[in-house]
Design a protein around this ligand. Sequence first.
Ligand SMILES: NC(=O)c1ccc[n+]([C@@H]2O[C@H](COP(=O)([O-])OP(=O)(O)OC[C@H]3O[C@@H](n4cnc5c(N)ncnc54)[C@H](O)[C@@H]3O)[C@@H](O)[C@H]2O)c1
Length: 268
Amino acid sequence: MGRLEGKVVFLTGAGAGIAKATAKMCVREGAVVAICELNREAGERAEREIREAGGNALFVQADVTQDDSVRDAIAATVKHFGKLNVLFNCAGGSSQDDRPVHEMDLDVWHKTVALNLLHPFLTCRHGIPHMIKAGGGSIVNVTSHLGLVGSLKPAYAATKGGIISFTKTLAAQYVQYGIRANAVAPGSVRTERQIARYENKDFVEKPSAASREREVFQKLYPFSKGEPEDIAAIAVFLASDESRMLTGTTIAADGGRSSYLKVYAGED
Ligand SMILES: NC(=O)c1ccc[n+]([C@@H]2O[C@H](COP(=O)([O-])OP(=O)(O)OC[C@H]3O[C@@H](n4cnc5c(N)ncnc54)[C@H](O)[C@@H]3O)[C@@H](O)[C@H]2O)c1
């Protein structure tokens, strides 16, 4: 028996990266999955890959920043699979234009809030009634280590911090229905997008203060860079009954980045 046998899992942004890896792992653990994705090509590809491997997946195209779109995607999932047990709210990201507060375009703020914070609100708004009907379930939200410590990207950090307190509120509000809510806060994850950005042959970092800082950083936090499957494993754990004592918590999967500041020998 898989750890998610018979469960219906709805994953946002599952055409790529962490959510796609999580969808595949959920299927290996016995679940059926709804691939909620804006990009049709990516969503259909994920659906096809899962089906070709013998799993059961449904692509539902949606823009997670739009109320009607999320409502319809959840409705299509429940119509197809008959119920909903797990929400994995993963679509998200930051903008290159997420600049210091006094320089930031207001539109960047609103778009970041819509994608990272309005989105889990909308999936919960439309998904929770079905989870209540199912007698309980698990909500897994994806935040970031930058939601735990703050960063130089104000909109991203604020929305990811918001997810953490939103998760605690969901835990309090829905405990009576047998619904748990937790979050995972990744550090750096080698998704296709990250690899294309940082590991292609054109990305040659010139020696600079920043590159030297990065070298030191690697030594301080050698476990801080992971694969999508590292986060997927935590998501599956949070979705499954193995984590039945966890609700309202955030697991920092960041190799210690939000936990310690290591000073060099001789410093204090
Ligand atoms: N990759 C990392 O290093 C890292 C680190 C910390 C946190 N995170 C968080 O993890 C989550 C997933 O990151 P990733 O790197 O796997 O992302 P990704 O960019 O690889 O994939 C995101 C997917 O979401 C889809 N998407 C974007 N906007 C959408 C919308 N409006 N509606 C529906 N789908 C939409 C994209 O098309 C894409 O397929 C994000 O919330 C991100 O903030 C990632």
